[in-house]
Design a protein around this ligand. Sequence first.
Ligand code: NDP
Ligand code: 8X3
Length: 254
Amino acid sequence: MSGKTIFITGASAGFGEACARIFANGGNRLILTARRIDPLLKLQEELAAGAEVHIIPLDVRDREAVQGAVEHLPQRFREIDILINNAGLALGLEPSHQVDLDDWDTMVDTNIKGLMYCTRFVLPGMVARNCGHIINISSTASDWPYPGGNVYGGTKAFVTQFSRNLRSDLLGTRVRVSCIQPGMAETEFSKVRFKGNEEKAAGVYQGTEPLTAEDIAETVRWITSQPPHVNVNTLELMSIHQSWGPFAIHREAK
Ligand code: NDP
Ligand code: 8X3
């Protein structure tokens, strides 16, 4: 793939950073966004040999900032071919009756509303040009419940269903929408979920070979390199070390 303009949210770490690296060739133009500017600056310097890189410090929860970021792109970056809606997070693993309500708000504002804002401001240009591809990063947590997954899983269920509904809206255009549902992948994700507790975060992956950020970036590359008439709707992937559980049954002592 070459000469494409690719807008990535959450490019300062994990999947987003890996996507930036995988597309940093062939004269692609990368728009890298995240709240932390330092990793973006580093990435910009590192990737400059293979791609034009424009960085924007952006909190996707800020609707006006998202609008401004899209509307004030430099001329060469205006025609976005691929939007990777990746920014997101899980906070906590407590049961719903004990959770910090601020954590729920943050997940809803980031994973749902932030993704909505980015989509809504980028999509009109794609429709007008009758081409483009939106890649939404959902999760296995979208379809498979687990204790403590409560609102995080709910936000990802939104991402999955919103992706399908978007494609329904876009029928008759050549704008594609794909949703990726990764399982356990080792990034900063667990460090964020456990609020900086590195030991707890490392425990999630201990004794396993989790998915990597590069695995997800490779999946994004594969999806976006399909012929233009092929729309990959939803793609779920897991590490070989992960699978589903049986129904949980609580038995009362007689
Ligand atoms: P990381 O924590 O490594 O990266 C998350 C990225 O999102 C960072 O670049 C972070 O940047 C950015 N981000 C978080 N909040 C905001 C915000 N308000 N505004 C802008 N950017 C934000 O996690 P992953 O790479 O693993 O996660 C990427 C996506 O993949 C998320 O949506 C996550 O839910 C999903 N996912 C992750 C899985 C995993 O096991 N790792 C599995 C399935 C899905 P910054 O802090 O600089 O803003
Ligand atoms: C991340 C995977 O299992 O921690 O979305 O929810 S999981």
